[in-house]
Design a protein around this ligand. Structure first.
Ligand code: ADP
Ligand code: MG
Length: 451
């Protein structure tokens, strides 16, 4: 529960909310400075909220070719895909199967979770009649913080996004995957690479567009990656000092942001208290919950939904980010979709005033998220190119970016605030399916560098 503050009147409370959720340009400039400090520490190998994990791949050259299999674990669904690369910058998904992940598998044991994955792969092979005499190179997109030690090895550092399966943290997830494949007698798959959705997003876009040098996820969680000069990765010295390697920043864990009481309450009630502060202020898994905590507080203070005895928002998770999108989209003069949604929650006698307040709270929470996202993007771009002299394409994937009304526009506006006219050098694009196509390209890069 947010601790009761002495503010009582509606106007004062509204002003208080505006103040605590506001992000000014000066806040963004501080964020950028703090980001650079944390990036430097992470690259050097010092304690930092940004882990700056080497991915062991560079961007592709567009000539990679062949058929590859990709696994995508890291959010709401698990997917198995077959991807064809034509060697001319085009990647196409030739088959895909989607499987809902049972909460029992997400939160059970390693055997359960990886057994489930192997079963899905088995089903995919059968349904698509893959030729079992061939060895297919596979990339495993595992979108959690991993301490990667080479292209196809890495230990899970810590679960995020609601996963808690026992016996995985601290273990090499490729070993766990190979064990599960063996148990299930699947021999036509060779696990060539460990990837994540963020690196996949950058790789997928840069396969056809060499100016793409920042990959970002804004979905269930949030993260980003970019190609770093090997000489700057002090904690890992590569062979070719002129080369680059993609760095998985794990920026969801950035912890130099000013928290409201609502953020602190959300964090305390989460399974990963004390971690992923940026993610908890920015990503789809959490925006609905922050909004719910604010609305719940306002209900308790008698500032909203006075017409009905309202218990709908008492329960954690009862307001989703998707619901906020719906509220944001509803510009009807009457009560529209919002009334429909609230009625489904048992809230009746809604006034136009209630609707406006709800809309305003959604706007405060989502605008803060978009500005923090934009500021973080500006931080990485200015790290690579302080004067922003070159063209940079930012590939972003995730339903929050794609579907939340105004989210993309606010990210661009934040970059404009930071860089002024030079922001014209930034192109922000929706880069779809990094965890599928991108992973396949990573498998191809990995297979090639092995040869
Ligand atoms: P994932 O991140 O799991 O790979 P997505 O990119 O599709 O998958 O993101 C899913 C998340 O995006 C959901 O958990 C939800 O929080 C958010 N989301 C889904 N639909 C919408 C929407 N219409 N508006 C805003 N956010 C949405
Ligand atoms: Mg995704």
């Amino acid at each position: 529960m947010a601790s009761a503050s002495p503010i009582i009147g509606f106007d004062e409370f509204a002003a208080y909310l505006n103040k605590i959720f506001k992000i000014t340009l000066s806040d963004i400039k501080i964020l950028i400075r703090e980001f650079h400090t944390e990036m430097q520490k992470g690259l050097t190998g010092y304690e930092s909220s940004l882990k700056m994990i080497p991915s062991y791949v560079d961007r592709p050259n567009g000539k990679e070719k062949g058929q590859y299999i990709a696994l995508d674990l890291g959010g709401t669904n698990f997917r198995v895909l077959s991807v064809e690369l034509d060697g001319r910058g085009n990647a196409s998904v030739t088959a895909v199967s989607k499987f809902a992940i049972d909460i029992a598998d997400m939160q059970g044991t390693a055997e359960q979770l990886f057994g489930f994955i192997a079963n899905c792969i088995h089903q995919f092979i059968e349904e698509n009649q893959l030729d079992k005499r061939i060895q297919y190179d596979l990339a495993f997109t595992f979108s959690f913080p991993v301490d990667q030690t080479n292209i196809a090895a890495g230990k899970l550092l810590v679960w995020t996004k609601g996963f808690t399966a026992k016996g995985v943290e601290g273990e090499d997830v490729i070993v766990l995957l190979n064990e599960a494949l063996k148990k299930k007698d699947i021999h036509c798959i060779r696990v060539a690479a460990l990837a994540n959705d963020t690196v996949g997003t950058l790789v997928a876009r840069s396969y056809k567009d060499p100016s793409c040098d920042l990959g970002v996820i804004l979905g269930t969680g949030t993260n980003a990656c970019y190609p770093e000069k090997l000489v700057n990765i002090q904690k890992w010295r590569g062979l070719d000092p002129k080369g680059h390697m993609i760095i998985n920043m794990e920026w969801g864990n950035f912890n130099k942001l000013r928290l409201t009481n609502y953020d602190k309450d959300l964090d305390l009630a989460s399974p990963n208290t004390g971690a992923q502060f940026l993610e908890k202020m920015v990503s789809g898994m959490y925006l609905g919950e922050i909004t719910r905590l604010v609305v719940q507080d306002m209900i308790h203070r008698g500032l909203i939904f006075l017409g009905s005895k309202c218990t709908a928002f008492e329960k954690k998770g009862s307001l989703l980010t998707e619901n906020m999108s719906l509220v944001a989209e509803d510009n009807s003069a009457n009560l529209g979709e919002v009334e429909f949604f609230l009625k489904s929650k048992g809230i009746t006698n809604i006034t136009a005033h209630d609707k406006n307040i709800l809309k305003h709270v959604c706007d405060l929470v989502s605008t803060r998220a978009a500005k923090i996202s934009g500021g973080s993007i500006a931080a990485v771009l200015s790290w690579m190119d302080p004067e922003l002299k070159n063209k940079h394409t930012v590939g972003i994937d995730g339903s929050l970016f794609e579907k939340y009304p105004g989210f993309a526009r606010k990210i661009k506006a934040t970059c404009k605030d930071v860089f002024g006219e030079n922001a014209l050098n930034i192109e922000i694009v929706h880069a779809k399916d990094g965890s599928g196509k991108g992973a396949a390209i990573i498998a191809a890069v990995a297979a090639q560098s092995e040869k």
